[in-house]
Design a protein. Structure first.
Length: 312
């Protein structure tokens, strides 16, 4: 059954029936607004928009995959502030001819990704649109801690990364060339594996700055360098490029470090820490902070692409 056959409120009812709940939700979908517990007294909030043909393609990703991607893009931003995600609000603009089952599967993906961090979808909106668009707002709780911002990096800090990087970009290149393997790379593009717990952990360890790497490592580190008025140098040999990625890069005529240093959509977390901090498992030193400005690779300018820019 298409959305136009079931109507707006029929669609909303089908979506709501598939949404879970979480301890932070005091009032979920069904009223004029949701009520989410904010024991800290502060609410961390972030919004992202995903547009069909721009951020995803329905012939490359199933609806549940797209739901996971949409939720992950926002939940990662909350984790990058050192907070724990608590809730998602989702606005869906969808062509009336889309099948209701497709939207239900999208809702399942959103719900499943949110559940990974103990959050839930608490509300949103739907409307008809010629272009399928998903707008997600995530809320989070700092738990009494101070947020980790982009402007706190200091010369002498170490730069570290938590999470996989380059996999999603490699998967995107594979798909764009008309292939569906290696499966590990394609699946990485379809569903991010975000190290959500690493954000609050980094905050407890005294991280001086942090960012969700969504558009490319070098480009996103540039935001920290600019906000903190420092220079950041990335050590290329800190990255262990897996064999599948190297093989795919060779077959496709791509430098694999272009995926690692400038590829997006994996959503690892990059953070700077004071020297001498013992980093736990899951965090790897990949560079250092210096006096100056800008981002370099092995103290030299990077001549490849820096990352994704919607208007470039």
């Amino acid at each position: 059954m298409s959305i136009s056959e079931g109507g707006e409120f029929g669609l909303i009812g089908r979506i709501v029936s598939r949404l879970g709940t979480s301890p932070s939700t005091l009032l979920g979908p069904g009223d004029d607004a949701a009520i989410v517990r904010a024991a800290d007294g502060r609410v961390v909030a972030s919004t992202d928009v995903l547009v069909d043909g721009r951020h995803f393609r329905r012939d490359w990703c199933g609806p549940a995959d797209i739901g996971h991607r949409a939720a992950a893009a926002n939940l990662a931003d909350i984790a990058a502030m050192g907070a724990v995600p608590t809730a998602l609000l989702v606005a869906l603009c969808v062509p009336p001819g889309v099948e209701s089952e497709w939207v239900e599967s999208l809702a399942d993906g959103l719900t499943a990704e949110a559940a990974l961090v103990g959050a839930s979808v608490v509300g949103g909106d739907t409307t008809a649109s010629p272009t399928l668009t998903i707008a997600v707002t995530a809320l989070g709780d700092l738990g009494g801690a101070e947020p980790v911002r982009r402007d706190g990096a200091q010369p002498g800090d170490v730069l570290a990364l938590s999470g996989r990087i380059g996999y999603a970009a490699a998967g995107l290149t594979v798909l764009s060339r008309g292939f569906r393997t290696p499966k590990k790379l394609v699946e990485a593009y379809r569903r991010p594996a975000v190290p959500y717990a690493s954000g609050p952990l980094a905050a407890r360890l005294g991280a001086t700055s942090m960012i969700d790497v969504s558009d490319g490592l070098l480009q996103d580190l540039g935001h920290i360098a600019t906000a903190s008025l420092v220079a950041i140098d990335v050590h290329r040999d800190a990255f262990d490029v897996p064999d599948q990625m190297r093989d795919a890069a060779k077959a496709l005529g791509v430098d694999p470090y272009q995926w690692v240093l400038a590829g997006g959509d994996d959503h690892p977390l990059a953070a700077t820490f004071p020297p001498g901090v013992a980093l736990p498992a899951g965090w790897q030193v990949i560079g250092a902070v210096h006096d100056g400005e800008g981002v370099t690779v092995d103290r030299k300018p990077w001549t490849g692409g820096l990352g994704w820019d919607h208007f470039r």
